[in-house]
Write a protein that binds this ligand. Structure first.
Ligand SMILES: Nc1ncnc2c1ncn2[C@@H]1O[C@H](COP(=O)(O)OP(=O)(O)OP(=O)(O)O)[C@@H](O)[C@H]1O
Length: 235
């Protein structure tokens, strides 16, 4: 049994069908990267897993349990935490206050303030700084740290690189091995192919709401993934 099993989900926005019978598996301990161009359905998929959006068909199972009808705040308590696109932190709270909000109400597990500062040393120096005065990278690290404070078994990261300078993106992704080392499984959605292939064990590529490629990163090269990404050939 996989930690996360997504079976044949459809998602709609009104008449628009954003996901077409999509399947996905995430094994405990692995990092899966879901890649795809703008509008491929990546964020919709993450929202369906987090419970922010209700699929119109199919099933989401977490740790063997059908969570399709479980609302998002209850999924957090089961161990699914989403870092949404756009780094939505509390701008009037300090870094540390933001983190503490994430830890309430707490699930038991390896994540606490010290563990987050260990994963993101840049936050330790900024712990008293107000959210609104942080750089984009610091805000992103705070958003991820806040999600970790809930002690997720599965951390969902949506486009953490969006709008950040490459060097800052590298800083953020450098924390990923420290996150998985504590036993947290990661599902990352990423438009930046290079970054995704660098951090993930497995990659799943979406095109117009369907999977066009799924493979261990060690068994594909960048050109194959890029071809699938742009829909250039049948893979
Ligand atoms: N709130 C919404 N209302 C209507 N259509 C939406 C909404 N959100 C997404 N869509 C549409 O659903 C499809 C999938 O969008 P989604 O955001 O999941 O793609 P994505 O792969 O995450 O792309 P991006 O990288 O641009 O976020 C697109 O056609 C998009 O325009």
């Amino acid at each position: 049994m996989s930690l996360l099993e997504v079976d044949a989900i459809d998602a709609h926005y009104g008449e628009l069908r954003a996901l077409h019978g999509l399947d996905l598996r995430v094994e405990e301990g692995e990092t899966l990267a879901v890649v795809g161009a703008n509008g491929a359905g990546k964020s919709t998929l993450l929202k369906a897993v987090a419970g922010v959006l209700r699929p119109t068909a199919g099933q989401v199972r977490f740790d063997g349990r059908d969570v399709s009808a479980v609302p998002d705040h209850k999924r957090v308590r089961l161990g699914i935490s989403l870092v949404p696109e756009g780094r939505r932190i509390f701008r009037s709270l300090s870094v540390e206050e933001n983190l503490l909000v994430g830890g309430h109400p707490g699930r038991p597990g390896p994540w606490d303030l010290a563990a987050v500062y260990d994963a993101f040393p840049l936050l330790a120096d900024r712990r008293a700084r107000t959210g609104g005065y942080l750089s984009g990278g610091e805000q992103q690290a705070t958003a991820i740290g806040r999600a970790l404070m809930a002690n997720p078994r599965l951390l969902l990261l949506d486009e953490v690189s969006l709008g950040l300078a490459p060097v800052v993106v590298q800083d953020i992704y450098r924390a990923l091995p420290r996150i998985t080392a504590r036993g947290t499984t990661v599902l990352v959605v990423e438009q930046d192919l290079g970054q995704a292939l660098e951090v993930a064990d497995r990659v799943q590529c979406l095109l117009e709401g369907r999977t066009v490629l799924e493979a261990p990163v060690s068994q594909v090269d960048r050109e194959q993934v890029a071809a699938a990404y742009f829909g250039l050939e049948e893979v």
